[in-house]
Design a binder for this molecule. Structure first.
Ligand code: GDP
Length: 444
């Protein structure tokens, strides 16, 4: 399985934090060593690993805990966010020319999957409605030209080929002319790869690049080569200037080092990834999804994210003030119920909250339904009624109006009002517990 080893290496890090209450410099030392080891084994380069571990450690001890989130879950989240950043953060889109054809020049060593990528990319762009053309520029391997012609037919994209008795730069010139005549949107040129970097290859690429003036120069690299791939991207960028990389064979037994190192080492983003031998197996490189795959903990991540969103420290403090001064009103009530709703299906997250595992699905459904009922009644209240629940406690006329407007019974409205006052009392009691320090959520 892809990144399997890396994933299980990281797992041992989280496991060492189980049962801890907070993240400290001391208790993360051992897990951080696991993370470091896992990344090195995945063939991420040492300087990258060092920086990564340092950043994660700094953040881990500097972050306050979020209520309901265990320290190990929180570390997963920090590692995830740093992995995403490491890989460039956002997805790096292909750039298209503003006028005239967009020209994409493909470079790479032999056997990395360059010719295949050419055809895959043509299909990928064709599906986006682009009119594409391929140029066969690997003049040293007649088989490569034949291969591209066959793949072109397969994906239904024309291939410009001019044999092997011609300089790549001349093919480039002729092919581009042909493309302009035919009003092609995107021209993709395949070039010769060698087994190793040599001056001949670089000079030839420079010449082709000069002729084509390409919009994108993409280096195709093989994910199996790990940090070597990142070094290649750097070299090609320094030598000929590239705009990004395409990482192939990510479906194979890749350890992850290439995906994690390319951006950080070379400064150039991975734009696309190949994930199989079929023509359809090419897709954009999404740093966040890749990090998710590395960690294999999508559920924990979305839980922590939602909890963070719902229980921001400021909100908690504001709420605390309100409760202490007995000012918790229907606006707060609504904010709270909506925050819970934002967490998505309660049933999905509730099981992860410590001490709440015993709630049955039926109970959760019931709770979700009653939240909706409450919301509709609060929405029918006037602003001053939301701010001063006393008004509703005192006036049956007001309660009756709300019942009519929300389509609920007067009894339901009375219940809701009573519930708010009960909540004030309960929360006040709860605050007593928090002040005693037994809930870590508000500590830093
Ligand atoms: P080139 O020498 O760089 O042009 O490489 P080719 O395009 O001829 O590809 C070399 C081999 O790698 C072929 O057998 C391809 O089918 C295979 N290949 C290319 N991309 C991928 C990929 O993403 N996944 C897998 N599993 N195989 C790939």
């Amino acid at each position: 399985e892809m990144f399997g080893q890396l994933t299980s290496g990281l797992e041992s890090a989280w496991n060492k934090l189980k049962g801890e209450e907070v993240l400290t410099k001391e208790n993360i030392a051992e897990p951080m060593r696991d993370i470091r080891r896992a990344l090195l084994e995945a063939d991420v380069s040492l300087p990258v690993v060092r920086r990564f571990v340092q950043t994660v450690s700094d953040q881990a001890v500097g972050t306050g805990l979020i209520r309901g989130v265990r320290p190990d879950q929180q570390l997963v989240k920090i590692v995830n966010d740093e992995l995403v950043k490491l890989m460039g953060g956002e997805v790096s889109e292909l750039v298209f020319a503003k006028s005239g054809p967009t020209v994409i020049l493909l470079a790479g060593l032999q056997g990395v999957g360059k010719t295949t990528v050419g055809a895959k990319l043509a299909l990928y762009l064709k599906k986006q409605g682009k009119n594409c053309m391929l140029i066969a520029g690997d003049v040293y391997r007649p088989a490569a030209i034949d291969q591209l012609v066959i793949l072109g037919e397969q994906v239904g994209v024309p291939v410009y080929a001019a044999g092997t008795e011609i300089k790549p730069a001349d093919i480039a010139r002729q092919g581009l002319e042909e493309a302009k005549k035919k009003n092609v949107d995107v021209v993709i040129m395949d070039t010769a790869g060698r087994l190793q970097i040599d001056k001949g290859m670089m000079d030839e690429l420079k010449e082709v690049k000069r002729v084509l003036n390409p919009t994108e120069v993409l280096l195709v690299v093989d994910a199996m080569t790990g940090q070597e791939a990142a070094a290649l991207v750097t070299t090609f960028n320094v030598e000929i200037g590239i705009t990004g990389a395409i990482l192939t064979k990510l479906d194979g037994d890749s350890r992850g080092g290439a995906a994690l190192s390319v951006k950080e080492v070379s400064g150039k983003p991975i734009k696309l990834v190949g994930r199989g031998e079929r023509m359809e197996d090419l897709e954009p490189f999404y740093p966040d999804r890749m990090a998710g795959r590395v960690l294999g903990m999508g559920d924990v991540l979305s839980f922590v994210e939602k909890a963070q969103e719902v229980m921001r420290q400021e909100d908690a403090e504001e709420l605390q003030k309100k409760i202490m001064s007995a000012k918790f009103d229907f606006n707060d009530f609504l904010k709270q119920t909506r925050a819970v709703a934002r967490m998505g299906s309660m049933s999905r997250v509730i099981g992860m909250i410590p001490g709440m595992g015993k709630v049955t699905p039926a109970q959760i459904r019931e709770a979700e339904k009653s939240l909706k009922v409450m919301e509709s009644m609060i929405e029918a209240m006037a602003p001053e009624e939301r701010e001063k629940p006393e008004l509703l406690a005192e006036s049956a006329t007001r309660r009756k109006r709300i019942a009519q407007e929300s389509g609920k019974t007067e009894q339901q409205v009375s219940q809701l009002v009573a519930q708010l006052f009960q909540m004030r009392v309960r929360m006040k009691n709860l605050m007593g517990v928090m002040e005693g320090g037994s809930l870590p959520a508000l500590n830093n």
